[in-house]
Design a protein around this ligand. Structure first.
Ligand code: AMP
Ligand code: GLY
Length: 430
């Protein structure tokens, strides 16, 4: 089977790596890919945003199945475009990708389906939003309704910051995504992600993971796309995973089916584990990045068969390894702001030889015989181990063998899990 993977990040390299293990695969293409993906797939330089170019290529190359990595393409309707052209693809459709494309839609769905989440209201003008925010107290959370490249959430500490954030969004600070906003109660607790796969009717659990969103050690500095992750996440006990499926994921899939827009594809549930139980922070309509990089090494079953089953309505439970996977993101100086491009990366081969280590590329490019850094997040150094401590030690052993001008990492990926194994308590709660 010829498969096309759309994307170029660490998530897509992890998906490519897992797809390659499938006996069903005869040929893997990736558009546009990166230097790591190029080691396992034919990379074709078509931008993920070029829907017409992707469709033409998929038809000409006689692609049997397409996998779309990122939210922007799913929310933008690439699944619908490919399927209309006769290319089987893993969704969700544009109508179902509203799960990530509109925060207000999801909050309303939570009320309809009885899913626990923060108190909120939706607004399309600033004045009533400011009044409502004041009734919630501070801090308060202001969210642009649409996709904003992961930046559309402001946690405001006081009235001044709140009013400024609301004005900023309505004045177009986050572009079109802020034409409507959600104002919601601040939830205190520990965040975790839980992943599931749906075929529109059936939905199966994948696994839990925990990301590290802030750029600096000790969860300091600005938010990023994610600086590292591990799976499983000890905060998600078996009981909590059951609750995630029964109280969140299954009612969501059922609500989409009832609305006549069946949800097919990966579901990413962002949870806050609060004193009063888990509550929804957000949904994403795709695998997480870097969470996918720790899910794939734990997956025992055939990924391609599973994704095809999600497309075709025949999902069956999957098997997972008990080991822990942990990934450390290596980024370029300046990230999450602007970074310098073109510095040569050294030490990749030696690092890949550390036991249990797999390196997933993100912002890399091949120039001659060199692999160079061309993005903010550049590499995901991923290790399997019998526990978090072992996976962490292996990942950092490999990280320490890799260098380029301006490379940096967080040195504390996995700290919550390690702390919990001592105290047994959620980390952000006294
Ligand atoms: P989102 O884009 O919805 O994931 O929000 C980005 C980040 O903002 C989340 O990962 C949380 O850390 C934080 N956040 C969002 N909503 C809330 C909330 N209601 N209470 C506390 N933190 C939140
Ligand atoms: N790691 C966060 C995300 O993929 O949205």
């Amino acid at each position: 089977m010829k498969v096309l993977l759309v994307g170029s990040g660490g998530r897509e390299h992890a998906l490519a790596w897992a797809l390659c293990a499938s006996p069903l695969l005869t040929k893997l293409y990736c558009t546009p890919g990166n230097a790591g993906i190029a080691q396992v797939a034919d990379c074709v330089p078509i931008a993920a945003t070029d829907f017409a170019g992707l469709t033409k290529f998929a038809q000409e190359a006689r692609i049997d199945f397409a996998v779309i990595g990122a939210d922007a393409q799913l929310v933008g309707g690439l699944w619908d475009v490919l399927e209309a052209a006769g290319i089987r693809a893993l969704g969700p459709s544009k109508a179902a990708a509203v799960l990530e494309g509109s925060k207000g839609f999801v909050k309303d769905l939570c009320i309809e389906a009885g899913i626990p989440t923060a108190a909120y209201q939706r607004f399309s003008t600033p004045a009533p939003a400011k009044v409502f925010a004041a009734t919630l107290g501070y801090p308060v959370v202001i969210k642009a309704d649409g996709l904003a490249a992961g930046k559309g959430v402001i946690i405001a500490a006081n009235r001044g910051e709140t009013d400024k954030a609301i004005d900023f969004m309505f004045e177009g600070g986050f572009g079109e995504s802020g034409h409507e906003i959600v104002v919601e109660e601040f939830m205190e607790g520990e965040e975790a992600s839980f992943f599931a796969l749906s075929d529109g009717t059936n939905v199966i659990p994948l696994a839990g993971a925990q990301d590290h969103k802030r750029v600096g050690d000790g969860d300091t500095g600005p938010n990023t796309g994610g600086m590292g992750a591990y799976s499983p996440a000890p905060v998600l006990t078996q009981d909590l995973e059951k609750i995630a499926m029964e109280k969140f994921i299954k009612p969501t899939v059922a609500a989409f089916a009832a609305k006549g827009r069946p949800y097919m594809g990966a579901l990413y549930l962002g949870l806050m584990i609060t004193r009063t139980g888990p509550k929804l922070v957000e949904y994403n309509c795709r695998f997480g990045d870097p969470e996918c990089q720790v899910l794939m090494p734990r997956l025992k079953s055939d990924l391609l068969a599973a994704l095809l089953a999600a497309r075709d309505g025949t999902l069956q439970p999957l098997e997972w390894r008990d080991e822990v996977a942990l990934t450390v993101v290596m980024a370029s100086k300046g990230y999450p702001g602007a970074t310098e491009k073109g510095h040569v990366i050294h030490g990749l081969d030696a690092a890949a030889k550390v036991p249990g280590v797999t390196i997933f590329h993100a912002g890399t490019e091949k120039r001659g015989n060199d692999i160079v850094a061309v993005g903010g997040r550049v590499l995901n150094v991923t290790a399997i181990g019998k526990d978090v401590a072992e996976a962490q030690a292996r990942a950092y052993q490999a990280v320490d063998l890799i260098t380029w001008n301006g490379a940096f990492v967080r040195r504390d990926i996995g700290w919550r899990a390690l702390k919990r194994s001592v105290s047994g308590r959620p980390c952000n709660l006294p």
